[in-house]
Design a binder for this molecule. Structure first.
Ligand SMILES: Cc1cc2nc3c(=O)[nH]c(=O)nc-3n(C[C@H](O)[C@H](O)[C@H](O)COP(=O)(O)O)c2cc1C
Length: 171
């Protein structure tokens, strides 16, 4: 798949087949997150994989959507605020930026393997911290639902035009 096709074929999958994700594929997806760039190469992330049916069932209370329960795997991407780079000038913590790149790498690797994901941030974050008994400096940033999409059609993308978002230099 060429790069343009790959990025165009990625979409938020909210319906999954009841088909397991092969372990080799799951490892490839995690490796795609692992090789993502990060500020000062600090790699301030941890990936929690939830795939056992019993654990998935319990975990699905973190995000109340019927389609979420269909996904055979959840990857919880956590940021480590102690490890992340903070910019000297203003103290900006880059945990979110770094985690987002790792997540995006994983979503694209999934597409190449015929899988789909949905990037989820609107979950119960406190419940999620409690669920894994996370220390204060570890923040669950996003959940990726992962599985085989229950749909062959890739929905059309709704995006702003380049004119709206690109600003050519004008001094
Ligand atoms: C940071 C972020 C948070 C998101 N959170 C959610 C979410 O909580 N629930 C959900 O269904 N989709 C969520 N999405 C998916 C977006 O709605 C989706 O990416 C956007 O509508 C564009 O559609 P597409 O991914 O199909 O191209 C999130 C996406 C991003 C990047």
């Amino acid at each position: 798949m060429d790069f343009k096709t790959l990025i165009s074929n990625r979409y938020s999958v909210r319906s999954y087949l009841q088909k397991e994700v092969e372990e080799e594929k799951l490892i490839k997806i995690l490796e795609a997150g692992q090789i993502a760039p990060s500020a000062v190469n600090f790699q301030p992330w941890h990936f929690i994989v939830v795939s056992e049916p019993e654990n998935r069932e319990k975990f699905s209370e973190i995000y109340h959507r019927n389609w979420f329960k269909e996904a055979p795997v959840y990857i919880i991407v956590c940021g480590d605020h102690k490890q992340a780079w903070k910019r000297k000038e203003d103290g900006k913590d880059h945990t979110d930026v770094d985690a987002a790149i790792a997540i995006d790498h994983m979503t694209l690797q999934a597409v190449e393997l015929g899988l789909g994901t949905c990037w989820i941030c609107n979950f119960f974050v406190d419940k999620c911290k409690e669920f894994f008994n996370l220390p204060k400096h570890i923040e669950p940033i996003a959940i990726l639902s992962l599985g085989y999409p229950n749909n062959d059609k890739i929905p059309a993308k709704k995006r702003k035009s380049l004119e709206e978002i690109v600003h050519w230099e004008k001094f």
